[in-house]
Ligand binder design. Structure first.
Ligand code: SF4
Length: 244
């Protein structure tokens, strides 16, 4: 547990308040966009907690998953487990076959190992463009980004306006610590991606994700061959424009 200088009971009280605040935030924003809200689900603990919080409020929003075509088999099996656990249907969105074909014919199936430009192209075709299609007509995009996830995400705001997508983007867990997240998962006995137990702290596509050491930056296991620098795929490029 992170050292905060306050007692365990006070920590618990603050954690309870944070959960209530997050529920209030979700409830208010979803009520503003009852038909136009969508949650992107990466199947990582943040998404599982958000599904749990939304369901605990008796609210229903679209939940979608981006099936890049390069996921671990464990991820696809876990998708069915999560649907069964919550009794929800998660939309699966895939890249357009002709876009994948034209990319792989020109650059090869595993182009991402050839350089950052090629990696970003693959993420663009298999994730970014698919997400843009999945979000068409959406007014409120709910995503699980947290400031504690990595140095790149340390400035994530709770609510932003995305000029590129022309929608409000809500990060209800922006201020949650790693402890907040794991305590909520444990207290509510939520399902967990099976690869987490094998040291995978941030799980993306199989060829681009490896396990990390206990004290390593969780995002260090993503595109590790690129070394330092920004470890993002381009999905969450609008994170710093306040709307409230
Ligand atoms: S994470 Fe890797 S395989 Fe997945 S879309 Fe990005 S570059 Fe392609």
């Amino acid at each position: 547990m992170e050292s905060t200088g306050i007692s365990g009971a006070e920590e618990d009280q603050l954690r309870g308040l944070r959960v209530e605040e997050t529920k209030a935030l979700l409830s208010w924003f979803i009520s503003q966009y009852p038909e136009g809200a969508a949650l992107s689900c990466s199947l990582q603990p943040e998404s599982i907690v958000l599904i749990s919080l939304i369901r605990s409020l008796g609210l229903a929003v679209r939940v979608f998953f981006i099936d890049t075509g390069r996921h671990f088999p464990e991820t696809l099996r876990f998708l069915s487990e999560v649907e069964a656990f919550f009794g929800v249907s998660i939309e699966s969105w895939a890249p357009l076959p002709q876009e994948v074909r034209s990319m792989t014919e020109e650059h090869g199936e595993d182009l991402f190992y050839d350089g950052a430009m090629q990696r970003k192209l693959c993420c663009h075709v298999r994730k970014v463009r698919v997400t843009e299609r999945a979000l068409r007509g959406t007014q409120l995009w709910i995503a699980g980004l947290r400031r504690a996830q990595s140095s790149e995400r340390s400035r994530v705001e709770t609510v932003v306006w995305s000029p590129s997508l022309q929608l409000v983007k809500l990060h209800p867990l922006a201020g949650w610590s790693d402890d907040d997240l794991s305590r909520y998962v444990n207290d509510h006995e939520l399902p967990e991606h099976p690869l987490i137990a094998q040291g995978f702290a941030s799980i993306g596509c199989a060829p681009c994700t490896r396990a990390v050491a206990p004290n390593e930056d969780p995002r260090a296991g993503r595109w590790w061959w690129e070394g330092g620098g920004k470890k993002e795929c381009g999905l969450h490029r609008d994170v710093g424009h306040y709307v409230i």
